[in-house]
Unconditional design. Structure first.
Length: 252
């Protein structure tokens, strides 16, 4: 493992409820590091906003806003399953289709919760499954609501290819689709992960009004037609709104 990374993380662990601020000298002595080494590690953490330092000479270090952002993200992900599950179960009972909760996990989308239908033929999805962010209605919805810099980071990570046949995906066409998803506020996919299936997803917002998850309903194509499809869309949107409100999202 990278020893510099380990040492930097150990410095972060010095901060707690009793020790919210440290001088460079105090950190170096407590961590048993040369002062120059401690300064180098602290400067890197400060540069990435994991730490902040008072501007005066010998100013003290304190935890930075980046840690607050990450803490809020973890809290959102831990809370959302517990909050969303009852609403998902109610939706599943009403429409008798599989209901999923999908979040971004770095370069992928991960399914963190599922309510199964009671149909004889079911889709093979399970909690913990990951998918590229450009495949499927839930992942695409999350990608669509990212900012441009985040999207570009995803596109540069690996070639865009279908998970079914490995064929290249047209990035320009995908960009157009993402813009449409964001404009209309929902995403629909046809057979992107499994043949003869449909997925429809609506965004779930947190208390900052940011999209943190996708509520996805999926099933066999024959169950998503005509008036029934309209009903599924309406109820999925309503459930996503209910979950968002429960998470403290601003009412629109």
């Amino acid at each position: 493992m990278n020893q510099s990374v380990i040492k930097a993380l150990q410095l972060l662990k010095l901060f707690d409820e009793k020790h919210t601020e440290w001088t460079l000298k105090e950190i170096a002595e407590t961590a048993k590091l040369p002062k120059a080494t401690a300064y180098r590690l602290l400067s890197s953490l400060e540069q990435e906003d994991f730490l902040a330092r008072d501007p005066e000479p010998n100013g003290k270090y304190r935890l930075g806003l980046r840690l607050l952002e990450l803490g809020n993200l973890v809290a959102d992900q831990l809370d959302i399953r517990k909050i969303a599950k009852p609403y998902m179960e109610e939706l599943g009972e009403e429409i008798n289709e599989a209901v999923h909760l999908v979040i971004q996990n770095d370069f992928h989308a991960t399914y963190i919760e599922k309510v199964e239908s009671n149909r004889a033929i079911r889709l093979y999805t399970q909690v913990g499954k990951s998918s590229p962010l450009y495949i499927g209605s839930g992942p695409k919805l999350l990608l669509a609501f990212m900012n441009k810099a985040e999207q570009d980071r995803i596109f540069m990570q690996e070639p865009l290819r279908s998970i079914k046949n490995g064929e290249p995906i047209d990035e320009e066409k995908l960009q157009h689709e993402l813009a449409l998803i964001k404009k209309q506020g929902f995403s629909i996919s046809y057979g992107e992960q499994d043949e003869d299936t449909v997925g429809i997803s609506y965004p779930i917002y947190n208390h900052h009004g940011k999209v943190i998850s996708a509520l996805t309903v999926s099933g066999l194509s024959q169950h998503f037609e005509g008036e029934r499809f309209k009903e599924i869309k309406r109820k999925t949107q309503h459930t996503a709104t209910q979950i968002s409100i429960a998470l403290g999202a601003p009412k629109k």
